[in-house]
Design a protein around this ligand. Structure first.
Ligand code: FAD
Ligand code: NAD
Length: 395
């Protein structure tokens, strides 16, 4: 290669943004030409999205302009939607232009997994992006307004959350805190509002510490959530859901948090995928193309037992650190690093001031866990934007 290498990063989520920031910091002048492509000119803090979705904070709190995170003298930013990846030609086709690369980093995140359940795609809402949570927030308020116009339609005041994984539980924690305020604002009798969580597994947060799961479900139940466990959703309709046991729940709102899959662009590009995700090698590259790295929710890293690690911001950030190192090492012809995940723990919010978590060998709950969650959030803000971003967004 006689010219300087071109690195293209797709997606400015956790994986993409941290890779770009690391490259900007560690690459020497003229060592590589780096381009970051994202469909919005902002990065959203996905781990906060349950809050603006329920309307307990403004969507603005989860939004950071990409221009505040990268130095545009070092990294070119292209605001566009990727339409196709052509690894055989080393090209990325976007809605309005085409980019050529020598090295590609795919961090395009995930998509809701609907498991082919009829009607879910059409009639449920998802907590996936800033635009999707803006929509959910407005939709919830609209249900209250509609009920005031048609007081016999109490189903407008029924909210079904499908799935009690971390996303579903965190959203429920916010929703139960928001609804009393909405009832007051719209003069609605709170006893008419129903929040129903439907979970296929016999427990909420399957696989998580049972004592902490009990703490979470007791707390949410005390605030009005009805849990229907071991009960998969079989169908979603415009006016509610049908469960596998035949029960029909009429509801104005169905939020689907039943899991995610990788971005479809990867399977369309011909990579071997499992539920849209690419199993990457120990250096985070695809098995088909050594010059293509895949990070975050569209990648799979297997643990020692051969099972995929859960897709989280935590693993995406750690992958970005190794990916940026390996890109630079490849350019400089120095040794690559092997990726190995360090689990720093999991903390799930249960609404303002309450949370549950396992950090190292310690279980935490209540206010302490909520403070820990805040500390994790602040650490991320510091990592990508230093003290100014912490001051702007962290408090
Ligand atoms: P994402 O952060 O999803 O970013 C993908 C980026 O690609 C986005 O900017 C998107 O706009 C862009 N993009 C997508 N398609 C295109 C396209 N075609 N063209 C151009 N750009 C495109 N994990 C934790 O570790 N801790 C937590 O506390 C936690 N809380 C969570 C709370 C919620 C409510 C949710 C939904 C998830 C949470 N997670 C948490 C999981 C975590 O957010 C994800 O694992 C993480 O966001 C994955 O990062 P990523 O870089 O792969 O993708
Ligand atoms: P998930 O896959 O972890 O959970 C989905 C849940 O939906 C499961 O409990 C599953 O049993 C249930 N489900 C599936 N099909 C169903 C059906 N037909 N009817 C009813 N229930 C059904 O998905 P998620 O909660 O969106 O989380 C995605 C990833 O993001 C996970 O890796 C998670 O760890 C991570 N995350 C982490 C945090 C945190 O650390 N605080 C917060 C949110 C998400």
């Amino acid at each position: 290669m006689s010219r300087i290498p071109r690195i293209v990063i797709l997606g400015a989520g956790y994986g993409g943004v941290v890779t770009a920031i690391r490259l900007q910091k560690h690459l020497n002048y003229n060592e590589a030409d780096v381009t970051l492509v994202n469909k919005h000119d902002y990065h959203y803090i996905t781990t906060h999205l349950h809050m603006p979705a329920a309307g307990t904070v403004s969507p603005e709190t989860a939004r950071i302009d990409i221009s505040k995170l990268i130095d545009e003298f070092k990294i070119d930013f292209v605001k566009s939607t990727v339409a196709q990846i052509r690894p055989q030609d080393k090209k990325v086709i976007m809605e309005d232009s085409t980019l050529s690369y020598d090295y590609l980093v795919v961090g395009l995140g995930g998509e809701p997994e609907t498991f082919g359940i009829p009607g879910l795609k059409e009639h449920s809402l998802n907590i996936r992006s800033l635009n999707s949570v803006r929509y959910i927030r407005e939709h919830i308020e609209f249900q209250f307004a509609k009920y005031k116009q048609e007081p016999h339609r109490t189903d407008y005041l029924t909210f079904v959350v499908g799935g009690a994984g971390f996303t579903g539980i965190e959203f429920l924690g916010e929703l139960v805190n928001r609804l009393p305020k909405l009832c007051k604002e719209f003069d609605v009798d709170p006893t008419l509002v129903k929040i129903i969580n439907v979970e296929a597994a016999p427990t909420a947060l399957p696989g998580f510490d049972p004592e902490l799961v009990e703490y979470a479900t007791d707390l949410l139940t005390s605030k009005g959530v009805i849990f229907k466990l071991a009960t998969p959703i079989k169908e979603c309709r415009e006016d509610g859901v049908i469960l596998a046991n035949g029960e029909v729940i009429k509801a104005g709102t169905v939020i689907w948090t039943g899991g995610i899959r990788g971005n479809r662009l990867l399977e369309d590009a011909g990579f071997e995928t499992t539920r849209g995700r690419v199993i990457v090698d120990s250096h985070l590259r695809t098995k088909e193309y050594e010059n293509v790295y895949v990070l975050g929710d569209c990648s799979i890293v297997l643990n020692e037992q051969g099972k995929p690690y859960p897709t989280t911001a935590q693993i995406s950030i750690q992958q970005a650190e190794i990916c940026s190192h390996n890109l630079i090492a490849t350019i400089r012809n120095t040794p690559l690093k092997t990726f190995s995940f360090t689990n720093k723990g999991m903390v799930a919010s249960l609404g303002r001031g309450d949370a549950i978590g396992v950090v190292g060998k310690h279980k935490v709950k209540g206010f302490t866990a909520a403070m820990m969650k805040r500390a994790i959030d602040v650490r991320y803000l510091y990592m990508i934007g230093g003290i100014p971003l912490v001051i702007k967004k962290g408090f």
